[in-house]
Design a protein around this ligand. Structure first.
Ligand code: GDP
Ligand code: MG
Length: 162
């Protein structure tokens, strides 16, 4: 079976942009539509001759109710059914309480996690991203999903983790 990489994190950290970058097709990922429950959406990806499935998810929020709760539950299912998890954090904003709650959820899952410091569009943000070591998920991997900076190194790390 195809290895599965789940992409999770709070809303607006750039998960869908990162999935687009990984699959190499711009605007391929379905945009969030208000009022439509977000599911787990699988896409085919390949890198260095290896194929895997990358799963986009809606934003994860702790103790979310109603629609947001349903989306968060889908993200947790995506984690539970993944071989490797990409946990995406906004490197400009830094670690938030919601990110820390997500880390606790990820620890319970016991899945291998790569910490993606997204929106590291320039060298200064890349340096700031080192503060994300504090999340306790190991090395933060600075990436600009929007511009592609760091995405090759991240893909190499994904293959090593699979
Ligand atoms: P999601 O809610 O986590 O799926 O986030 P999206 O992929 O929809 O991105 C949310 C916003 O962040 C959009 O306006 C993106 O263009 C922007 N964004 C995503 N990745 C980057 C990045 O690497 N750098 C910058 N500057 N903006 C980004
Ligand atoms: Mg999205």
């Amino acid at each position: 079976p195809m290895p599965v990489v789940a992409v999770v994190g709070r809303p607006n950290v750039g998960k869908s942009t990162l999935v687009n970058r990984i699959i190499g097709r711009r605007q391929a990922v379905v945009e969030d539509t208000p009022g439509v429950t977000r599911d787990r959406i699988p896409y085919d990806a390949q890198w260095s001759g290896r194929q895997f499935t990358v799963v986009d998810t809606g934003g994860w929020e702790p103790d979310a109710k109603d629609r947001a709760g349903a989306i968060a539950a889908q993200a947790e299912i995506a984690v539970a059914t993944a071989d490797v998890v990409l946990f995406v954090v906004d490197a400009v904003v830094g670690a938030t309480d919601v990110d820390e709650a997500a880390v606790r959820m990820l620890r319970r899952s016991a899945k291998p996690v790569l910490l993606v410091a997204n929106k590291a569009d320039n060298a200064a943000t890349e340096v700031e991203a080192t503060s994300l070591w504090s999340l306790g998920l190991g090395e933060p991997r600075p990436v600009s999903a929007l511009h592609g900076r760091g995405s090759g190194d991240l893909l190499d790390a994904i293959l090593e983790a699979l």
